[in-house]
Design a protein around this ligand. Structure first.
Ligand SMILES: NC(=O)c1ccc[n+]([C@@H]2O[C@H](COP(=O)([O-])OP(=O)(O)OC[C@H]3O[C@@H](n4cnc5c(N)ncnc54)[C@H](O)[C@@H]3O)[C@@H](O)[C@H]2O)c1
Length: 328
């Protein structure tokens, strides 16, 4: 059987923009609100402490799109100079079930993770938000840096200052190098501490390693009272008080509550009754997008985002057929 293989550089060469992916994610969340998408909560195995390999399947009837992502997250890889996140996306033909594509998942994951935060900021950040902070300047943090100031129309049109903190200064240097060209209107500021980074910020995003026993890096007392806090790292970035003291949203209600019910993550984060909305309800206008006060968002990442990004890739392949055909 023949399949098409797409490497990370094949995908990167297609020239997808952050705005295209953000718009696709908004549409994906609207689809989730109006039709029955098969999107089971991701399940995983944990071969080493704090390490996971997740299985993330999804089928979207109106797009007739089916795939599964098999993605590993290994915080211990940083010291080995290996990527934290790696994996594959397998795309099936829904008619026959045959595998059509096997592709790298790292590019799709990073760009759709940054895009999801960008959409969240677009919908929930204060009008005129001018200061944003990113804690954890790795691959996901950098993609977030591309989404917040750069995507036009911008997620944060009034953004003047983007503050960055990472335990490893070289990571901040890499972030600045990659984000600066697409953020000409924002000053990129290297912060000396997490506290300095998040102080006075209208939007705070964390993208640090997910730990089974979290040691949150952002305390509520360091934050403005009017702030949007977005966690890309489950419950590892923000002290639970940040998420329980104000309005709380997540990317997908089912996935968040299922994961919480398994007893490891989100044990001190809001329960079902404390959940204002998930992003599909906000994108569809079913629940209001509140832009004042303390707002917390947990964006765990859902396979629906991968489907929407892969649909963009498939469309680009029609005019730019990169990739390699392989016999499997
Ligand atoms: N929400 C999603 O959709 C999604 C998708 C993929 C990955 N993730 C998660 O995002 C997080 C980051 O992943 P990545 O691919 O960017 O990894 P990465 O290794 O590229 O980056 C992690 C960064 O965090 C820094 N760091 C570690 N501890 C820190 C601390 N206490 N304070 C500040 N910085 C610290 C590291 O130096 C590193 O630069 C992980 O938790 C990962 O599981 C989330």
């Amino acid at each position: 059987m023949q399949v098409k293989i797409l490497s990370q550089s094949h995908i990167a060469s297609l020239g997808l923009t952050m705005r295209e992916i953000m718009d696709a994610l908004i549409e994906g969340w609207k689809i989730l609100a109006r039709e029955k998408v098969e999107l089971p909560a991701k399940i995983g195995i944990h071969p080493r402490p704090d390490c996971y390999v997740h299985a993330m399947p999804c089928y979207v009837p109106s797009l007739d799109a089916a795939l599964i992502k098999w993605a590993a997250g290994y915080p211990s890889n940083f010291a080995k100079k290996l990527p934290y996140i790696n994996g594959l996306i397998v795309v099936n033909d829904p008619e026959t079930g045959l595998v059509e594509f096997i592709m790298d998942s790292a590019w799709v994951t990073a760009w759709r993770t940054g895009a999801a935060t960008g959409v969240c900021a677009q919908l929930l950040a204060a009008e005129g938000a001018s200061v944003a902070a990113v804690v954890g300047a790795g691959v996901q943090g950098t993609a977030t840096g591309l989404a917040l100031p750069a995507a036009l129309p911008a997620a944060l049109p009034a953004l003047k200052t983007l503050k960055i903190y990472d335990l490893v200064p070289a990571q901040v240097d890499r972030f600045v190098e990659q984000v600066a060209p697409s953020a000409p209107r924002a000053e990129l500021v290297r912060s000396p501490s997490v506290e300095a980074c998040v102080a006075e910020a209208d939007v705070v995003v964390t993208a640090v390693p997910i730990l089974e026993k979290p040691q949150p890096v952002v305390r509520k007392s360091w934050l403005k009272s009017d702030v949007l806090c977005v966690s890309e790292d489950y419950d590892s970035g923000f002290d639970p008080e940040v998420m329980t003291s104000g309005l709380f949203v997540c990317d997908d209600r089912n996935q968040y509550l299922q994961t919480q019910s398994w007893g490891a993550y989100f044990q001190n984060y809001p329960r079902a009754e404390g959940l204002h909305a998930d992003m599909s309800e906000i994108c569809a206008g079913v629940k209001p997008s509140v832009k004042t006060g303390l707002r917390g968002a947990v964006l765990m990442g859902v396979a629906m985002h991968d489907v929407m990004t892969v649909e963009l890739i498939k469309a680009k392949l029609k005019t730019n057929p990169v990739g390699q055909i392989a016999e499997i």
